[in-house]
Design a protein around this ligand. Structure first.
Ligand code: R2B
Ligand code: URA
Length: 298
């Protein structure tokens, strides 16, 4: 049981002052010395939609950084919550973020409090994900410079005290340069650096026709929208990048997104790749991230 008498005590850690037993609701963790010891020394926070993908990345990282064969190592989830999973390999955390801006925003707040309380001030956050490509071959990987809203302006809107405030959504350009520089000359897939759109959902928000409800737009209107998108150097649709870019620019944390495309949306709505192809595509985003991480920690 939580002892309320601890709530006003503060702990000092590497210059940070935090409430002893401060509760991170979305992670179901009380900040205390044991938790601080567990998370101290992290620099890179890699975020992916599902716990399975976060675990798979941790397994690959253990192999490439520590030489631990995947068959001998099952990463342990360090959070006791059904909402998010987190795995640690050296100075890298591999975390699941769920789906959409609202989910990742709650993770971002609590994981950042956890990082700061643990004395980790030099941080880089990278979302490693999937997306729907726009005019590029399925299986291409996109590194995002700026995250756009569906109305094709930039920024992440939040309604605070009844007023809408729009926070900037530029990713860290120098981090992106380092990510691109860390890739080998020849790779088995196309790598693009450009912009992304964060949609409100997978269907209407990404102008699909295959949702549960018939949309009010037609193909002609959709083609006009796609043309505007392409003119802005936007390569993919996804559902989280405005949140991570806007949070990290306010929190002074370097951030980027590496997302593989599962489909070219100019050619259809349904993701028809086989499970094997989808795994292979998702691995490409891991490869780009791992190339970067290895270039930094080697
Ligand atoms: C990409 O894929 C997910 C939707 O299927 C969503 O989380 C995203 O951004
Ligand atoms: N994720 C998305 O958000 N859209 C797609 O089309 C594919 C993956």
């Amino acid at each position: 049981m939580q002892n309320n008498s601890n709530l006003n005590k503060t702990i000092q850690y590497n210059g940070n002052k935090f409430m002893q037993e401060h509760y991170l609701y979305n992670l179901n963790i009380f900040i205390n010395q044991e938790v601080i010891d567990k998370f101290h020394g992290v620099k890179y926070v890699c975020m992916q939609g599902s716990g399975d993908r976060a675990k798979a990345l941790a397994q690959k990282l253990a192999k490439v950084t520590l030489g631990i064969e995947e068959t001998y190592f099952t990463p342990q989830n360090l959070f006791k919550t059904a909402k998010f999973e987190v795995f640690r390999v050296g100075n890298i955390l591999s975390v699941s973020h769920g789906m959409g801006t609202i989910s990742i925003m709650n993770l971002l707040d609590d994981i950042t409090k956890l990082m700061k309380a643990s004395g980790n001030t030099d941080l880089e956050y990278i979302r490693i994900g999937t997306s729907g490509g726009i005019n590029i071959a399925p299986g291409s990987v996109v590194v995002t410079d700026t995250a756009y809203k569906p109305d094709l302006t930039t920024g992440y809107p939040m309604t605070i005290l009844g007023k809408e405030i729009i926070f900037p959504t530029q990713m860290d350009a120098s981090l992106n340069e380092r990510i691109i520089k860390a890739q080998p000359e020849i790779e088995q897939f196309n790598l693009y650096r450009g912009n992304s759109i964060t949609a409100d959902d997978f269907y209407l928000g990404q102008c699909r026709f295959d949702g549960a409800i018939k949309p009010r737009y037609d193909e002609n209107m959709r083609q006009k929208y796609f043309k505007k998108i392409m003119a802005l150097n936007i390569y993919n649709f996804e559902m989280e990048s405005t949140a991570i870019a806007s949070f990290c620019s306010r929190a002074n944390i370097s951030a980027s997104m590496i997302a593989v495309t599962l489909i070219d949306r100019l050619n259809g709505d349904q993701v028809t790749a086989t499970a094997e192809e989808l795994d292979n595509f998702a691995d490409r985003a891991h490869t780009v991230a791992i190339n970067y991480l290895l270039s930094q920690i080697a």
